[in-house]
Design a protein around this ligand. Structure first.
Ligand code: C2E
Ligand code: MG
Ligand code: MG
Ligand code: MG
Length: 283
């Protein structure tokens, strides 16, 4: 029925919309509905200190549970959400969900781990970003250290003065900030001197086959060295194999995230695998 409706719409709009514009028009409509109907779900992926085997934090990764199409990955709808501005509402929902989760652990007396959220540059560059977070943390009476933020390099390229102020505010709250997909953006290293950031996440594309691809190896070694020098944390993303892990450990990079340790999964599964054991250890 929806399909039929879609076809009729296409006839109406067909005169001035090409197929692709029309597809994103449809998807944007569905995204709006998804926000109202609560069709999103957060998956969580562990980050591990590979030296100790301890979980150090988790990353919140959104998925869309589409009533007809099933689970849709963020790569397929985040770009459109950014284009249409809907990312603002979606991001707000993610941050609230994460705070609710942290609060739940606290109530259940499960020792907390920080959870990191991805923040689109569009949102990050809006004036009220840090204040929104402050209000949220206040509402849940949460310390900022439990909420980490991942931004991409493009987020800190523009509008230096504002960003400086924003980062200062976040720092005051104790929130840690990581550069996501490090090394893939369109940026200079200048900002690393200007802003005191907490860490970088080396992009998966550099980690892949790192033990056999010497270009990847060289770039990754340089990034680790640089981060160490700047006293920034390093998290290697997309670690899939034992060989990749041992290479990273040899280079003194022990914070890792990837399928080798655990795929992103729903919270129930995440708690079973990583959180309940913490509760027992404590008591
Ligand atoms: P990201 O922040 O760089 O997240 C890492 C992506 O790599 C995730 O894809 C994760 O599932 C995947 N990954 C982790 N380990 C491995 C591995 O070992 N091998 C492989 N092949 N992949 C691995 P996912 O969940 O599909 O998310 C894609 C991107 O969507 C994220 O990249 C992030 O940029 C964006 N995203 C996800 N959730 C949100 C959100 O709540 N807000 C915003 N603004 N963006 C989000
Ligand atoms: Mg629960
Ligand atoms: Mg990320
Ligand atoms: Mg990344």
């Amino acid at each position: 029925q929806a399909k039929e409706q879609g076809r009729n719409m296409y006839q109406v709009y067909g005169d001035f919309m090409d197929e692709r514009t029309y597809q994103s028009f449809l998807m944007e409509k569905q995204l709006r509905k998804a926000i109202l109907n609560g069709e999103f779900i957060i998956y969580y992926q562990p980050r591990v200190n590979a030296l100790t085997g301890e979980i150090i934090s988790a990353e919140a990764l959104i998925r869309w549970e589409h009533p007809q199409l099933g689970l849709i990955s963020p790569g397929e709808f985040i770009p459109l959400a950014e284009e249409s501005g809907l990312i603002i509402q979606i991001g707000k929902w993610v941050k609230r969900k994460v705070c609710e989760q942290l609060n739940e652990w606290r109530v259940e007396r499960i020792p907390l781990i920080p959870i990191s959220v991805n923040v689109s540059s569009q949102r990050f560059l809006q004036r009220d970003f840090s204040n929104d977070i402050k209000v949220l943390l206040n509402e849940f009476q949460l310390e900022g250290k439990w909420l980490e933020i991942e931004i991409t390099e493009n987020s800190i390229m523009k509008n230096e003065e504002y960003i400086y102020e924003c980062l200062r505010e976040l720092k005051k709250m104790g929130i840690r900030i990581f550069i996501d997909d490090f090394g893939t953006g369109y940026s200079s290293f200048n900002y690393l001197k200007t802003f005191k950031l907490d860490g970088i996440k080396i992009d998966r594309s550099f980690i892949q086959n790192i033990s056999t691809e010497s270009d990847n190896a060289g770039i990754t070694i340089a990034m680790i060295k640089m981060a160490q020098h700047l006293k920034m944390d390093v998290i290697a993303e997309g670690v899939e194999t034992e060989a990749e892990l041992s290479f990273l450990l040899e280079q003194d990079c022990q914070f890792v995230q990837g399928f080798y340790f655990g795929r992103p999964c729903p919270m129930e599964e995440f708690e079973e695998k990583y959180m309940y054991s913490r509760q027992e250890n404590q008591s």
